[in-house]
Structure formats: structure tokens, C-alpha cells
Design a protein around this ligand. Structure first.
Ligand code: NAD
Ligand code: IPM
Ligand code: MN
Length: 359
């Protein structure tokens, strides 16, 4: 690989702080591997509203499409919450415009973070390594959202729908990924109540016929959220719809010690992927220099792996993250015996470590 072109969407709140650290690490990888790194910057979310009047300017879509991959911080903040076209709408829009229907959210417990997990050792057992495969461009997020008035009463509604084609492709993604892991898929739905879930379940069962080597089980989402804290080690790949995946991945993130640890890759049919932490813009800590950049840095590792097939370089980033956990911590995962680092110091340490690992 000679060059990579990345479109960077820093977004709002802690977005710029954490993305800057991830860029330090990406630059370190490119320097060490002789790859020419081309960065393009575009606006998404609240900052885009402030500068252009809309959360997802056409120019941002064009710049993303003209890149090999997209690195995103986070969007949103109280300042824009009252607007009809909120920052979050821009985020949903870019995922949809790029056709990124598969959102991969790995939740694992790094050995050094066992004590940061709120779960007891006896519950964690041998360790937790879950991959949440969240459908990202359909479901209730993309059905009709509206209000109506009946008998003088205002009613708000959001339509949840999935087509068989949408379920088939995300189920295939989950089974394919399970083949590279522990060959187990748990499909999470609410088929005891929702018609959309009954179609989801039937379709997953049908797709499974081509993946007999993978074990499949089904779980209602309420049970799944309980099982995640009762016995997280039972899960390998979890495949689920847009909203359930959003909720369960935040829950899974805390098992790993902090939401600041969870990366994600959003993929579609081509090689273009969007990489972002699963957390939000964290307005409560924005500008304080205490945000954990590891989720965003780990998202860069996912980018190198999924878009660029740079395994060695992705491994180096993950190794650097592991080493950092025994060296210093941001406050969200602080440990009595280790120094507390600010966001910038953590980025500098990771970039230096990656350079050493790839030298
Ligand atoms: P959040 O994920 O931003 O924050 C939840 C809690 O986790 C906060 O206490 C925050 O300080 C903490 N946290 C999050 N990331 C952290 C990090 N890297 N290091 C340390 N602590 C971290 O969720 P929220 O408060 O519900 O939402 C805030 C805003 O972000 C809202 O506008 C929401 O819509 C938006 N949001 C955006 C995305 C995204 O851009 N992908 C995701 C979730 C929420
Ligand atoms: C996430 C976020 C977004 C989602 C919001 C901000 C639209 O919570 O990326 O997890 O629900 O997808
Ligand atoms: Mn979320």
C-alpha cells in the first residue's frame, strides 16, 4: 500500500480531542510503514449546522465518497437539541448515504482492565470477547417519524420495519464474521411481540441454512440485556437491529470497563468504511482534556484491518493500547497504582509506542 486517503469528521464535544489522538497514531503507523497519508477534513453534526446551516452538507458526503475511509469523532450537544435537523440526523444521514448497513462493535475485556469492569471476576470468568453486529441503515431509525392529532390528543410515532433483504445481508455478515471467531451467533429480537422481529427471526433461520457450521440461537432483547451482565462469556457474535444494537452495545461497553474503550466499524458493500467510537460527544467532559481516546484509536485499528487489510499495523495499535493500560490511564478507567494521563498524553504515548512496535 502506497497511500491512503482518509476523510476526517471531528464533530462536536470531545470529538476533536479524541480524533486528534487517533490521527497521531495513524500518522505514526503511516510514517513507520512508508504509507503516504492524505487527510481531508469535513463538517458533520453541530459544527456543520453552525457553519453551513445543515448537519450533513453535500460537500461532506462528496468528500467521504472520494476517500478510502472515514474517521469520525462524535456529534451532538444541547445547543442543537431543539432543532428539527439535529446533529444526530447528520450522523444517520452519512451512514445511510454511504450504504454502511453493518456496524461492528467489538466488546472485550483487556486483561489489565478486569478490575475496571463492574462485573465480578467470577462472572467474567475466562474473559469476554463479544462482537455486536448492529444493522445500521434500517429499522426504527429509518421508518417514518411523525406526529398526528387524534381526538385533540397529540401522538408521536416512529415506524419500525425491516425487509427480508435487509435482514439477509446483516445475517450473512454476522455468520461470516462468526466463522472467523468462535462460530456462534445469537440473534436478538423481540419476536414475542413484534411482527418485524418475527420476520427478522424467520429470515435469520433461513440464512443460517448456508452456515450450518455456525451455531445459532435466538434471544429476546430483554433477556439478552440481562444475560450480558449475568454471563457475558456465553456470547460470541450478537446480531440485532438498529435500536437494540445501539442499546446493547452501550451495555456491553461498560462490561469492558468504560464506554471510552469501544470502537466500531461501519461497513457496506464496497471497501469504504466509517470508523468511530460508539460513545457520544460527552458534553459533560468536553474541553477538559480527560476524555479517553482509546475507543477512537481502536477504531483506527479496525480501519487498518477492514478497509486496508493492514493486519500487522492494526495489531500494533491494539498492542500499544494494551501496553498503555499497564502504563497510565485516563480518569474513566483510572487505577490506584498507575498515573492519570490526560487525553493528549495518552495519544502521545500511543503514537510513540506504535512507532517503536513497527520500527
Ligand atoms: P455519551 O456517550 O456522549 O456520554 C455518556 C457518558 O459517558 C458521559 O458521562 C460521558 O462523559 C462518558 N463518556 C463518553 N465517552 C467518553 C470517553 N471517550 N471518555 C470518558 N468518558 C466518556 O452519551 P450521552 O451523554 O447520552 O450523549 C451526549 C451527546 O452525544 C448527545 O447529543 C447524543 O445524541 C450524542 N451521541 C453521539 C454519538 C455519536 O456521535 N456516535 C453517540 C452517542 C451519543
Ligand atoms: C451511536 C449513537 C447514535 C445512534 C445516535 C447519536 C444517532 O447513539 O452511534 O451509538 O443511535 O446510532
Ligand atoms: Mn449509541
Amino acid at each position: 500500500m502506497e497511500r491512503m486517503k482518509i476523510c476526517v469528521l471531528k464533530g462536536d464535544g470531545i470529538g476533536p480531542e479524541i480524533v486528534d489522538q487517533a490521527l497521531k497514531v495513524l500518522k505514526a503507523v503511516c510514517d513507520a510503514s512508508g504509507i503516504k497519508l492524505e487527510l481531508d477534513f469535513a463538517l458533520l453534526g453541530g459544527i456543520a449546522i453552525d457553519q453551513t446551516g445543515e448537519p450533513l452538507p453535500q460537500q461532506t458526503i462528496d468528500k467521504c465518497k472520494a476517500s478510502d475511509a472515514v474517521l469520525l469523532g462524535a456529534v451532538g450537544g444541547e445547543k442543537w437539541d431543539h432543532l428539527p435537523a439535529r446533529p444526530e440526523k447528520g450522523l444517520l444521514g452519512i451512514r445511510s448515504a454511504l450504504g454502511l448497513y453493518a456496524n461492528l462493535r467489538p466488546a472485550k475485556i483487556f486483561p489489565a482492565l478486569k478490575t475496571a469492569s463492574p462485573l465480578k471476576d467470577s462472572v467474567i470468568g475466562e474473559g469476554v470477547d463479544i462482537l455486536v453486529v448492529r444493522e445500521l441503515t434500517g429499522g426504527i431509525y429509518f421508518g417514518e417519524h411523525n406526529r398526528k392529532t387524534e381526538n385533540g390528543m397529540e401522538i408521536g410515532y416512529d415506524v419500525m420495519q425491516y425487509s427480508t433483504a435487509e435482514v439477509e445481508r446483516i445475517a450473512k455478515t454476522a455468520f461470516e464474521l462468526a466463522r472467523k471467531r468462535n462460530h456462534k451467533v445469537t440473534s436478538v429480537d423481540k419476536a414475542n411481540v413484534l411482527e418485524v422481529s418475527r420476520l427478522w427471526r424467520e429470515t435469520v433461520i433461513r440464512v443460517h441454512e448456508e452456515y450450518r457450521d455456525v451455531e445459532l440461537n435466538h434471544m429476546y432483547v430483554d433477556n439478552a440485556s440481562m444475560q450480558l451482565v449475568r454471563n457475558p462469556a456465553q456470547f460470541d457474535v450478537i446480531v440485532t437491529g438498529n435500536m437494540f444494537g445501539d442499546i446493547l452495545s452501550d451495555e456491553a461497553s461498560m462490561i469492558s470497563g468504560s464506554i471510552g474503550m469501544l470502537a466500531s466499524a461501519s461497513l457496506g458493500v464496497g471497501s469504504l468504511g466509517l470508523y468511530e467510537p460508539i460513545h457520544g460527544s460527552a458534553p459533560d467532559i468536553a474541553g477538559k482534556g480527560i476524555a479517553n481516546p482509546l475507543a477512537t484509536v481502536l477504531s483506527v485499528a479496525m480501519m487498518l484491518r477492514y478497509t486496508f487489510s493492514l493486519e500487522k499495523e492494526a495489531d500494533a495499535i491494539e498492542k500499544a493500547v494494551e501496553l498503555s493500560l499497564n502504563h497510565a490511564r485516563t480518569p474513566d478507567i483510572k487505577s490506584e497504582d498507575l498515573p492519570v494521563y490526560c487525553t493528549e498524553q495518552m495519544g502521545d504515548f500511543l503514537a510513540k509506542t506504535v512507532r517503536e512496535l513497527l520500527a
